[in-house]
Design a binder for this molecule. Structure first.
Ligand code: C2E
Ligand code: MG
Ligand code: MG
Length: 722
């Protein structure tokens, strides 16, 4: 609406003279656009008119018959809240006029001072003011609603830094209500700290107001809520200006970024940590190693890496299931963490491999102490889901700067040393030595040629006699594998069987050994030789293979060897590894007449009560005990004990590695059943073994000293006759 559009005027005047005068003034002005002038004498009539017709402005006398003073103003406003209102008062009623303005009237006129031009101008201004008021109201309302529902917190201050406004979000974040905070200093309500720990709001707000510009507080700013809780926020501050451009206050807009920050931290964390144990993963470990190297370089110190791998973890995982395996890994992780110092890093590389970084050590002795401590902690029983699990670990140690100058080399060398620890019988630690790398290379080359050895017919079997100590007769043979490597010549089983086990080649090789040994035994029977027992070694992987029994019985069938003529040699650890399934397999073997001997007896840690329950036929006392006999070592007692125990269990006792007459006689005197060793014969090719069968090994009666290996070779062709 513009000024010229005041068309409808409602005149509420009781006095007829006043009414006439006003009407004349309105009509007299040629410029007047008032086209509809309605005159009523009471407020009741006015209310009625307003309810029926639209009006642009009301000219209201405050002395009406049915309403006076403020009562009249209020009723008029109630009847037409959006219509401009101008009141008419008497000369002495300035106070009343002022009150009327406060109640919402846009202007007032003093009756005796009205003249036509002033009247119309007052009416026009009143209408215009009313329109602006309405617009302002809507504007303010919109701002209020917006501030109330946005997620951002808004705080306003005056130029003195006193709070003038808080929206709902700001009330929630600061813990202060608008009512409580209004007029208080901003630093009290909006307390923040930057990362340096200093209160920052006061200075930045003041700076913002003075500089008359917007600014962001440091991105890592913390809001200290009324109750002291610190909330990370992101915020900006802007100054509010008056028309002259002078700062009159500030607006601070901020929001809680704890969720966003937590998500960001979570993402960073999971990229650097192992999900199962929560330990640093290889990414973070590499980073820590790099840092530790820098520090060590600066302080001329050393660092050490302990590469740890659990022994036989796969077996636990396979037999008890992955959930149990996972819990065991978590338990192991905790134990290792408890062993190290705060500055050290324990990380999981995946699977059952862990790496411990010992940052800054004085000497390698410290790494040894730590490795020992970890081995001990890991080997203590783990209570996992009603199981008491026992597991050991092997550790390889490398150190900076001696074994490598960067993370990659240090890890690789610690890994190599760990393999060495495994080969050394596990549950131990080994320091890296450069020679180990050469070994690793050699190992790899052996693995490569091993895969072709079967096709190239590079394997053959040698047979070593087992002699009955009572009669001196050859009662059995142990088939021992020999490999003629195309470049390296003859390799002993110790050099390639562990590798064949690692890469799975032991399965086809083992099947070949079994078939070859059975074929040979059958051939001797066919040639009319005395029947003997053929012993074949089976390693952990062969015995654990699902096809073990199947292929064994097939071979017996195909070669036509009596099943009672076959003996399988298994080490204690092979039997103890899979307690339940071992018992089942052994029972099946026994049912079919195949015999079972426990090889290297005494070197493992069999539970005797357990062995008693297994269908076993013989114990082969390890040669390390036999050696004690001739050297007079402490373990002689053990040999006697083992022999006695085996007899009480009704098992055959075979002594391995018998090299001297003393040993043989001692064993014989203690009622050991059979003996095997260089004293009688080295393992020999089949043809030579057939001669032994025909002639016998002799050696039981004539008195001789300790034989050297060459003497045996020489003598095996001309044995003594029993
Ligand atoms: P083992 O089953 O305990 O075999 C006995 C080992 O002691 C053989 O070593 C044998 O040559 C050696 N030996 C025999 N008498 C004497 C002696 O008087 N003094 C000394 N110092 N040693 C003696 P070999 O042939 O080197 O075999 C080593 C191991 O390799 C065997 O220990 C066995 O565990 C494994 N092995 C051999 N052949 C096979 C095979 O065909 N399959 C599997 N899975 N393992 C095999
Ligand atoms: Mg054996
Ligand atoms: Mg043995």
């Amino acid at each position: 609406m513009t000024m010229s559009t005041i068309r409808r005027l409602l005149l509420v005047v009781d006095n007829p003279g006043d009414a006439r005068l006003l009407r004349e003034m309105v009509n007299e002005r040629a410029a007047s656009s008032v086209t509809e002038l309605t005159h009523v004498e009471t407020l009741a009539e006015a209310e009625k008119h307003l309810s029926e017709r639209e009006v642009d402005v009301i000219l209201l006398d405050l002395a009406l018959p049915d309403a006076q003073g403020m009562g009249a103003v209020r009723r008029a406003k109630a009847a037409a809240p959006r219509v401009a209102l101008v009141v008419l008062t008497g000369v002495d009623d300035e106070l009343l006029a002022a009150q009327a303005l406060q109640e919402g009237a846009q202007d007032y006129l003093i009756k005796s001072q009205i003249e036509a031009r002033g009247l119309l101008r007052a009416l026009r201004y009143a209408v215009e003011r009313k329109i602006m008021e309405e617009a302002l109201f809507v504007e303010k309302e919109r701002a209020q609603v917006t501030l109330g529902c946005i997620g951002e917190a808004v705080v306003c201050t005056d130029i003195f830094g006193k709070i003038t406004f808080l929206n709902v979000a700001a009330e929630q974040l600061t813990g202060w209500s608008l009512a409580e905070s209004a007029g208080r200093p901003m630093v009290e309500i909006f307390r923040t700290r930057d990362s340096s720990g200093e209160d920052s709001a006061e200075t930045t707000a003041a700076v913002a107001i003075l500089r008359i510009g917007a600014m962001h507080l440091p991105s890592c700013c913390l809001l200290i809520r009324r109750d002291g809780v610190e909330i990370p926020i992101e915020e900006s501050i802007a100054a509010i200006h008056n028309r002259e451009g002078e700062a009159i206050g500030a607006v601070i807009v901020f929001r809680d970024v704890s969720a966003a920050r937590a998500t960001a931290l979570q993402i960073v964390h999971s990229a650097q940590h192992d999900f199962l144990t929560g330990l640093p993963n290889r990414v973070l470990l590499n980073d820590r190693i790099d840092q530790a190297i820098l520090m060590a370089k600066r302080n001329s110190a050393q660092i050490a890496l302990l590469f740890m791998d659990l022994d036989g973890f796969k077996h636990i995982n396979d037999s008890l299931g992955h959930p149990i395996g996972d819990e065991l890994l978590q338990s192991v992780a905790k134990r290792v963490v408890n062993c190290v110092r705060g500055a050290d890093t324990v990380s999981r590389q995946g699977g059952d491999e862990f790496i411990v970084l010992l940052s800054e050590i004085q000497n390698s002795e410290m790494a040894a102490v730590m490795a020992t401590r970890i081995l001990k902690a890991v080997a203590t029983t783990h209570a996992v889901d009603k199981h008491d699990l026992y597991i050991t670990a092997s550790i390889g140690v490398s150190s900076y700067p001696g074994d490598g100058l960067n993370a990659e080399t240090l890890i690789k060398n610690a890994d190599t040393a760990m393999y060495q620890a495994k080969e050394n019988g596990r549950q131990c630690f080994r320091f890296f030595k450069p020679a180990m790398n050469a070994r690793a290379v050699e190992r790899q080359s052996i693995e490569e040629s091993l895969s072709q050895a079967l096709q190239r017919h590079e394997f053959k079997l040698h047979y070593q006699p087992k002699v009955c100590l009572r009669t001196g007769a050859v009662v059995g043979a142990e088939a021992l594998l020999r490999w003629t490597h195309p470049k390296r010549g003859m390799l002993s089983p110790a050099q390639f069987i562990p590798i064949a086990e690692d890469c799975g080649l032991i399965l086809p090789i083992g099947r070949w050994v079994l078939r070859e040994a059975c074929k040979q035994a059958r051939a001797w029977v066919d040639a009319g030789q005395r029947p003997i027992t053929m012993a074949v070694n089976a390693s952990a992987m062969e015995f654990g293979d699902d096809g073990f029994l199947g292929s064994l019985f097939t071979v017996l069938e195909e070669t036509g060897l009596e099943s009672t003529a076959l003996e399988v040699e298994l080490t204690e650890s092979v039997l103890m590894k899979r307690v339940e399934s071992s018992a089942n397999i052994l029972r099946t073997l026994r049912q079919r007449g195949v015999r079972v001997a426990v090889d290297d007896f005494g070197t493992g840690y069999s539970s005797l009560s357990y062995l008693r329950k297994l269908p076993i036929d013989a114990l082969k006392v390890d040669q390390s005990f036999v050696r004690q006999i001739s050297t007079g070592g402490d373990d002689v007692a053990i040999v006697t004990a083992v022999i006695n125990m085996a007899r009480s269990l009704k098992l055959r006792v075979i002594a391995e590695g018998v090299e001297t007459r003393t040993e043989m006689e001692f064993l014989k005197a203690h009622h050991c059943d059979e003996a095997q060793g260089y004293y009688f014969s080295k393992p020999v090719p089949a043809r030579q073994f057939a001669e032994l069968l025909e002639r016998g090994v002799g050696r039981m009666t004539a008195r001789r000293g300790r034989s050297s290996a060459s003497a045996i070779r020489h003598e095996s062709g001309a044995p003594d006759v029993a």
